[in-house]
Design a protein around this ligand. Structure first.
Ligand SMILES: *[C@@H]1O[C@H](CO)[C@@H](O)[C@H](O)[C@H]1NC(C)=O
Ligand SMILES: *[C@@H]1O[C@H](CO)[C@@H](O)[C@H](O)[C@H]1NC(C)=O
Ligand SMILES: *[C@@H]1O[C@H](CO)[C@@H](O)[C@H](O)[C@H]1NC(C)=O
Ligand SMILES: *[C@@H]1O[C@H](CO)[C@@H](O)[C@H](O)[C@H]1NC(C)=O
Ligand SMILES: *[C@@H]1O[C@H](CO)[C@@H](O)[C@H](O)[C@H]1NC(C)=O
Ligand SMILES: *[C@@H]1O[C@H](CO)[C@@H](O)[C@H](O)[C@H]1NC(C)=O
Ligand SMILES: *[C@@H]1O[C@H](CO)[C@@H](O)[C@H](O)[C@H]1NC(C)=O
Ligand SMILES: *[C@@H]1O[C@H](CO)[C@@H](O)[C@H](O)[C@H]1NC(C)=O
Length: 905
């Protein structure tokens, strides 16, 4: 009781928000053309608001526990229901009743564990039933009996211990039965009886631990065309047994990969004699010994897969009997013990002589000692031979190397990755039919005299890329005028500038790769006459000099006449100049890559004939401006542009047209926001080009002038405003002074004795002690000196403000004792200051002395008292020294200030 309570409370609490969430989340399903995709939505319920006419419903990767038939009433048109990756543990028979048109039901990766006779009783139209990765351990009676239309049944990755899916013949239309990754150990006749009326193209039993094939097991099946038993521990004897059981069946395809068949003998496949087997897969078997005549029983075999084995020796009888094999894969098939030469795999002469119908032979990735004079003899239909990375020591291709292929109509020969260092004259002279010859990724280092290719009368493609070095002569390709593709990438090409051009005979050339050769010298006639050339790769060379104006004799026009060129790659050549006529003849150019050069300014009209350009790459150059007269024609039909990582100058003149084009084009420009950034002017550095505001940019001159005038006016105005803001007080102060002087308020310039006091002292109440201490001694010293001290000298009864005005007038100077206290003193502030300043303006600027007892910043002074240090002469500004010994100097300065004549200057 308590347990069930504990169980229910969280689930109830959990379901409530889910219910709310999911009701609203159903409309998240993507519906398109009667297909509803509700996958990955954490659904716990069947959506009930989808269009009723959907035919495909995808409910995969959700949290469904069941598929209640009632909830599907609405979707009666469904033909495909995919409920994979849920937690469905039970299936209601009525589901199919609600979905009469259902053809494909996928319930893989669920928790189904039991199928009853009724489960699929209404699924009459079902053609595919996917139940892999469930928990079905056994099938009782006949759950699939009514599935008369079923073609494919997948029960792999369950826990089945038997193949028995029914007690009576059924599934008459079944073609594929997938039972891999179960726990089937024995194939029993009676357990396959239910397939008595079926004709299977594929019975998949891989990854079961099969230990026994009981007599007649395969004969129980109506017809069996394909059987997969990969990844099972069969070994030689069980394999032999298997083949005997397959005798007289209609088996055509047998896959026995990874079955530990380490050896075959003349009996292993004997049972297959009475079959029409056409495909046999024996890959990944550690097969080391192929006994003589092992395949003698397989005269119908067409495809034989032997890759990933460990064969030590092919004798002249190993392949005896494979008269009809067309395809043989021996990739990585032979033993690899390379350290000891004695253990190298051995292929006897005439080993392939029986394979008279072989068309395709792959021997890649082996460690074979070499080719002998009769290694391939007898392969009279061979068209495709791949020998990439096949040999441990095929250093030299001599005129006898391929003699055993003399009677083969070979079309393709792949010799890459074999450490070949030399091709001797006539090496391929036996291969008159050859169309494709791949010699790439070897160590060839030699002069190509042309004799190497003797006899290759039908050759179309030669790959020589990635070799040590190749030195050309004018005759290098004289004997192969049929060549259409020539790949010479990274071969340290020498003498490309031979005259006449080494390429002159190649009138049919359409693809030429000369990239990564560090070429610096080529003649302007190197490509002359290659009128069919469509693709030219010249990237990663050093051709910059050829296009310089300063090149002796002028720029070299090596692209002239290439009227059919479609793609041109000139990346990474150091180009900093392009002659205006460089691309003049390339009328059909569709793509050009000029990235990773040093191009800055391109001549206008350089792309004038490239109206058909679809792709243009100029990334990582030094382009600052993109102007219409240069790029207009090239951009016209462009569908792809790469100009990323250039130092764009974000001014109207440089990129306004470009930005305008970017914002209106459909051309694909990737990484526009992040890889197209302004470099200059400084204020735009790092700013995305696409966001550059072009609205102030217009192409008319008057507008520009207006713009300049506007800008200047704005600048001057700004300057004035700023000047007034920071220096306005100075202007108004001196203005006042000037006005007063002009109006005749001249300094009365009274003599000192005409004043009653030497100075009126303005200070904060808190600072009175300091004032007493410092001024009264001065009075005592000099009897003529008298200060007006408010506390002492104000007559009793006189109103304070009047007294102040009066006293200030009667004093020759006014001293401000400036401290933080004074700044806070509300009475002192403003009024007294105003009086003093007024007097100063009327009379004399020298009449004010500021004594700073503390460090007060100018802005505070201005803020509190409307005074600034700048208004006064420096001798009128005194700072009370911290050090005692300087006090004497302070008094001296004060006396100087008091004695100074009041004057404006
Ligand atoms: C099925 O539909 C009923 C009624 O609409 C609903 O209450 C129930 O939650 C649904 N069940 C599922 C699993 O969708
Ligand atoms: C299916 O139903 C939707 C609306 O629910 C409608 O727009 C669409 O045309 C219908 N499709 C067909 C083939 O009837
Ligand atoms: C359903 O969706 C899953 C995942 O999105 C996908 O793998 C699966 O193929 C889809 N099923 C069908 C029948 O389209
Ligand atoms: C099977 O589908 C067809 C239409 O394709 C339909 O006419 C027929 O009634 C369906 N069969 C059953 C048993 O529902
Ligand atoms: C093999 O094929 C032939 C001809 O196609 C046929 O007559 C013969 O019955 C087939 N053998 C088996 C065992 O199916
Ligand atoms: C199989 O080979 C053995 C020798 O290894 C030989 O004695 C026997 O006759 C061969 N059987 C057949 C059917 O060729
Ligand atoms: C192969 O070359 C050798 C010399 O290297 C020559 O004697 C021989 O005649 C050549 N054979 C063929 C078939 O060209
Ligand atoms: C030759 O074989 C290598 C390695 O399998 C492969 O990459 C290359 O494309 C092949 N060459 C041709 C021309 O098919």
């Amino acid at each position: 009781m308590s347990r069930s309570l504990l169980y229910h409370i969280p689930s109830f609490l959990g379901l409530l928000p889910f219910w709310i969430l999911c009701t609203s989340s159903t409309n998240k399903c993507a519906v398109r053309h009667e297909v509803a995709d509700c996958s990955h939505l954490k659904l716990t319920q069947i959506p009930d608001d989808l269009p009723a006419n959907i035919t495909v419903l995808n409910l995969t990767h959700n949290q469904l526990r069941k598929l209640p038939p009632a909830n599907f009433t609405r979707y009666s048109q469904l033909t495909v229901l995919d409920g994979g990756y849920n937690s469905i543990s039970k299936l209601d028979p009525e589901l199919c009743q609600k979905l009469p048109l259902l053809e494909i039901l996928n319930l893989q990766h669920n928790e189904l564990y039991q199928l009853s006779d009724k489960t699929f009783i209404f699924c009459l139209n079902l053609t595919e039933l996917h139940l892999r990765y469930n928990l079905i351990h056994a099938v009782q009676s006949n759950p699939f009996k009514s599935l008369k239309a079923l073609i494919k049944l997948d029960l792999s990755h369950n826990g089945l211990s038997s193949t028995k899916l029914g007690t009576q013949p059924q599934l008459e239309n079944l073609q594929e039965l997938l039972l891999s990754n179960n726990k089937i150990q024995v194939l029993r006749r009676e357990e396959l009886d239910f397939l008595g009326n079926s004709s299977l193209t594929k019975l998949e039993l891989s990854s079961n631990q099969i230990k026994e094939f009981s007599p007649g097991c395969f004969h129980a099946i109506g017809q069996l065309f394909g059987l997969s038993l990969n990844d099972a521990q069969l070994g030689p004897s069980l394999t032999e047994n298997l083949c005997l059981e397959l005798s007289n069946t209609s088996i055509q395809t047998l896959s026995l990969g990874k079955t530990q068949l380490y050896r075959t003998s003349n009996m292993t496949f004997a049972g297959l004699k009475q079959t029409n087997l056409t495909v046999l897969n024996l890959s990944s078997n550690t097969l080391s010994v192929i006994g003589n005549d092992s395949f003698a029983w397989l005269p119908h075999l067409e495809y034989l897969f032997l890759e990933y084995n460990n064969i030590g020796h092919l004798s002249s009888r190993s392949f005896y009997g494979l008269f009809n094999v067309r395809y043989l894969n021996l990739r990585n098939s032979f033993t690899k013990q390379s350290n000891s030469r004695a253990l190298l795999p051995k292929i006897d002469d005439f080993s392939f002589q029986w394979l008279t119908h072989l068309e395709y032979l792959n021997m890649d990735d082996n460690n074979l000692p070499g080719i002998k004079s009769d290694t391939f003899t007898g392969l009279v239909q061979l068209q495709y031979l791949s020998l990439s990375n096949s040999f441990s020591s095929l250093r030299t291709l001599a005129n006898e190397t391929f003699v055993s292929l003399a009677r083969s109509p070979l079309l393709v020969l792949n010799l890459t990755k074999n450490k070949i260092s030399k091709i001797e004259s006539g090496a391929f002279s036996w291969l008159g039919h050859l169309k494709v010859l791949d010699l790439g990724i070897n160590e060839i280092g030699q002069e190509l005299t042309g004799e190497e290719w003797r006899g290759l009368e039908n050759i179309v493609e030669i790959y020589l890329s990635y070799n040590r070095y190749l030195q050309l002569t004018s005759n290098s390709f004289a004997l192969v005028p049929s060549l259409r593709q020539l790949m010479l990438r990274r071969v340290a090409l020498k003498n490309v500038d031979s005259s006449p051009s080494p390429l002159l005979p190649l009138r049919n050339l359409t693809i030429l790769d000369l990239s990564n050769n560090n070429l610096a010298n080529i003649n302007d006639d190197l490509l002359e006459g290659l009128e069919k050339l469509e693709i030219l790769d010249l990237q990663h060379n050093n051709l910059a000099r050829l296009w310089k104006q300063a090149n002796p004799g002028g720029p070299v026009h090596f692209l002239k006449g290439l009227s059919h060129l479609h793609f041109l790659n000139l990346e990474s050549n150091g180009f900093d100049e392009i002659p205006v006529e460089a691309f003049k003849d390339l009328f059909q150019l569709k793509g050009v890559s000029l990235g990773l050069n040093n191009l800055n300014i391109l001549p206008s009209s350089v792309f004038d004939n490239q109206g058909s350009l679809k792709s243009l790459s100029l990334q990582k150059n030094l382009i600052t401006s993109v102007e219409k007269n240069v790029f207009g024609p090239a951009f016209k039909n462009l569908s792809y542009l790469d100009m990323s990582f250039n130092p764009f100058d974000c001014t109207c003149e440089s990129i306004a047209w470009f930005v305008n084009w970017i914002n209106s084009t459909h051309t694909n420009i990737s990484e526009l926001p992040s890889h197209y950034l302004c470099n200059t002017p400084p204020q735009y550095h790092g700013f995305p080009v696409m966001l550059f505001d072009i609205s102030p940019c217009k192409d008319s001159a008057p507008f520009k002038l207006l713009c300049i005038i506007n800008t200047s006016v704005l600048l001057i105005f700004t300057f004035i405003v700023l000047f007034i803001h920071f220096e306005g007080w100075r202007i108004s102060f001196y203005w006042n002074v000037l006005v007063h002087q002009a109006l005749g308020f001249k300094e009365m310039d009274k003599q000192p004795e005409q004043f009653d006091y030497a100075a009126y002292i303005i200070h904060a109440y808190e600072d009175r002690d300091w004032v007493w201490e410092n001024f009264s001694p001065m009075e005592e010293e000099d009897q003529t000196l008298r200060f007006c001290l408010e506390e002492r000298d104000f007559p009793a009864g006189v109103l304070e403000l009047e007294a102040i005005v009066d006293s200030i007038k009667r004093s020759r100077k006014t001293i401000f004792v400036i401290t933080q206290n004074l700044l806070k003193d509300s009475l002192c502030k403003r009024f007294k200051v105003h009086q003093a300043v007024q007097k100063a303006i009327e009379q004399n600027l020298d009449s004010i002395i500021l004594i700073f007892l503390e460090e007060i910043p100018d802005y505070k002074l201005n803020h509190a008292l409307c005074l600034r240090r700048g208004m006064f002469k420096s001798r009128c500004i005194l700072n009370w020294p911290v050090q005692k010994e300087r006090k004497h100097a302070f008094h001296h300065k004060l006396q100087v200030a008091l004695g100074s004549r009041n004057s404006v200057h």
